[in-house]
Ligand binder design. Structure first.
Ligand SMILES: [Zn+2]
Length: 252
């Protein structure tokens, strides 16, 4: 039987039988993988810790015919703050569900793995979970080939400068429309200069620079709405974690 060693983050868990769990993992070198953690719901089982949602571990996994099986695991970061801070947990739940829904099994993407780990690391350090989530969305979409086009008009390919343009954002066409290309495209959303600037800035920013971003609340909400519409366009059905996030946050 083939064994492989990898690092992984737990995206989803569900119970199997009396004592097992099936984990959906995002692994460093094999992308999304489903694997069973046998006995992991028994107290003091050696896989109990590594089988918790969000946990980042090193794992030794058997490659099974139908389902892989975790043989050993050691925790790299349990990110306990995600269990103690409900708001951060809600944002993290959204992030892992997004990765789960928009990636295929055994489609390796080490940069997605690194992004996921770095966003949780950063979330532990400061209280920028909303901005970090927007940062995650923009960079994740780029890494899976769904980047919203912000630098050029999706209608005519004109390079877009920031000043003075009345821009619109079209989830269906995949990005921003210049004033000349907006006719007959009633589904495109009106996009303020502030929100446009923030989306461009976040797309190019380093994760450790997010604290310098000053963003009024309405702009923050607008950026969230643009990306929500864009992501929904690519999903089969709405994410379950959003309801939880809106409940905890008190706003949708
Ligand atoms: Zn145009």
């Amino acid at each position: 039987m083939a064994l492989y060693r990898t690092e992984a983050v737990v995206l989803r868990t569900h119970n199997l039988g009396e004592a097992d769990k099936i984990l959906t993992l995002f692994t460093r070198n094999r992308g999304k993988v489903r694997a069973v953690a046998r006995g992991s719901r028994r107290p003091r089982n050696h896989l109990m810790g590594v089988s918790q949602l969000f946990t980042h571990s090193g794992m030794l996994i058997f490659k099974g015919k139908n389902l892989d099986s975790i043989s050993q695991g050691s925790i790299i970061n349990a990110w306990l703050f995600l269990r103690e801070d409900l708001l951060k947990m809600a944002y993290a739940s959204y992030i892992v569900e997004l990765v789960d829904k928009l990636t295929e099994e055994y489609d390796p993407n080490e940069r997605v793995y690194s992004l996921l780990v770095s966003v949780f690391d950063q979330m532990q350090k400061d209280d920028l979970e909303a901005i970090l989530t927007r940062f995650f969305e923009l960079h994740f979409l780029r890494l899976i080939g769904l980047k919203p086009q912000l630098e050029r008009c999706v209608g005519c390919d004109t390079v877009l400068t920031s000043a003075g343009n009345q821009l619109r954002f079209s989830p269906r066409e995949g990005g921003v429309l210049c004033p000349n290309c907006q006719g007959g495209r009633s589904d495109a959303l009106s996009l303020s200069q502030g929100a446009y600037q923030v989306m461009r800035w976040l797309s190019a920013a380093n994760i450790d620079r997010l604290t310098v971003l000053q963003m009024p609340k309405p702009v923050e909400q607008e950026v969230e709405e643009m990306l929500r519409n864009f992501i929904n366009f690519h999903l089969q059905r709405p994410l379950k974690s959003l309801e939880f996030l809106y409940t905890i946050r008190g706003t949708s």
